[in-house]
Design a protein around this ligand. Structure first.
Ligand SMILES: C[S@@+](CC[C@H](N)C(=O)[O-])C[C@H]1O[C@@H](n2cnc3c(N)ncnc32)[C@H](O)[C@@H]1O
Length: 298
């Protein structure tokens, strides 16, 4: 089933997606994702299919043949809580994702998300290249990968907001993993619901760059159609005349016209490219990150 996969050259150190079935380019594997976090292969199944057992057996065999793979972790997202289990080998004591010389803690032994979104690589690259000297507000920060990239790029300060205190705790550790204490002090953490924290954010304004990377739909916490417009309503209170906004949308059911419409009063500076390995037959369904600048003053 994975004939071309078996031919892969050395996997190297850089974390990346090896197979993006959901992008629709691999017939019969639409429910599969395979990620490489050296020395661990992570296989995610999004549906119960007849070919799953055969696929996992093939990947175990592949892992046994490759000395750089020391563990194969299987996550079954189609089951309640998305359980993970080791189906071959042993995990390293502190698994990490490695990208462009930076490291990020991974939770490969816990259910649900493992802590690092590979498809945000172009966003991290962009922010690292454009952060120098800036005060940055990172909304929906999760484990703060964008903050780590920003500080590596010379950001003066990054304020990370997320309602999940556990994710922010990993975010703090991600800074400690990469930087000396002096640089770690450039990051701060607000563990709050965004919609109950506007006063605090306004008191800290203005920001040179604001990142908005919400979930598409997370229970009562966030629903793109209803809650993204609320952010836009309050955004002007946080901006200077030349602030930048990196606005992201990870909702396959909403295409880029959703963001274009929300930001119609802003100046669009274009879309950040799609991450390598995440090519999608329907680009509108992939993660969308757009850059905007403040409304024209004319
Ligand atoms: C897509 S993840 C962000 C990924 C992150 N930007 C990155 O690149 O790793 C979405 C995050 O939004 C947070 N979240 C959802 N609703 C929220 C709300 N109302 N206020 C604050 N954080 C919220 C979740 O806890 C989750 O960590």
């Amino acid at each position: 089933m994975l004939t071309s996969f078996g031919q892969l050259p050395s996997l190297g150190d850089e974390s990346r997606r090896l197979l993006h079935g959901r992008g629709g380019n691999f017939e019969g594997l639409e429910h599969v994702a395979i990620d490489w976090f050296a020395p661990v292969l992570l296989v995610t199944l999004y549906a119960a299919k007849e070919n799953n057992a055969e696929l996992v057996a093939e990947l175990v065999e592949f892992s046994q043949r490759r000395s750089e793979i020391t563990a194969l972790v299987l996550q079954e997202r189609h089951l309640p809580k998305g359980p993970k289990r080791i189906v071959y080998g042993e995990l390293p004591p502190e698994p990490v994702a490695t990208e462009s010389g930076l490291n990020y803690h991974l939770a490969l032994d816990r259910n649900q998300n493992h802590g690092f979104f590979l498809d945000m690589k172009p966003g991290r690259d962009w922010i690292r290249a454009n952060a120098s000297g800036k005060r940055i507000l990172n909304l929906f920060a999760y484990t703060c990968s964008l903050s780590v990239a920003a500080i590596a790029g010379g950001a003066e300060a990054v304020i990370n907001l997320d309602m999940a205190s556990r994710a922010l705790a990993t975010g703090r550790k991600n800074h400690q993993l990469n930087f000396e204490p002096d640089l770690c002090k450039r990051a701060s953490y607000l563990s709050h619901d965004l919609f109950k924290s506007w006063g605090r954010l306004v008191r800290g304004a203005p920001y040179d760059l604001i990142v908005i990377d919400p979930p598409s739909n997370q229970g009562k916490s966030f629903k793109a159609e209803k809650d993204y417009p609320k952010i836009l309503h309050r955004l002007p209170e946080l901006l200077t005349d030349d602030s930048q906004i990196l606005a992201c949308l990870n909702a396959p059911h909403l295409d880029e016209s959703f963001l274009a419409d929300l930001f119609r009063d802003y100046q669009s500076q274009g879309r950040v490219s799609c991450a390598p390995g995440f090519e999608d037959r329907y680009p509108a369904a992939a993660l969308k990150c757009f850059l905007f600048t403040t409304p024209s003053m004319t």
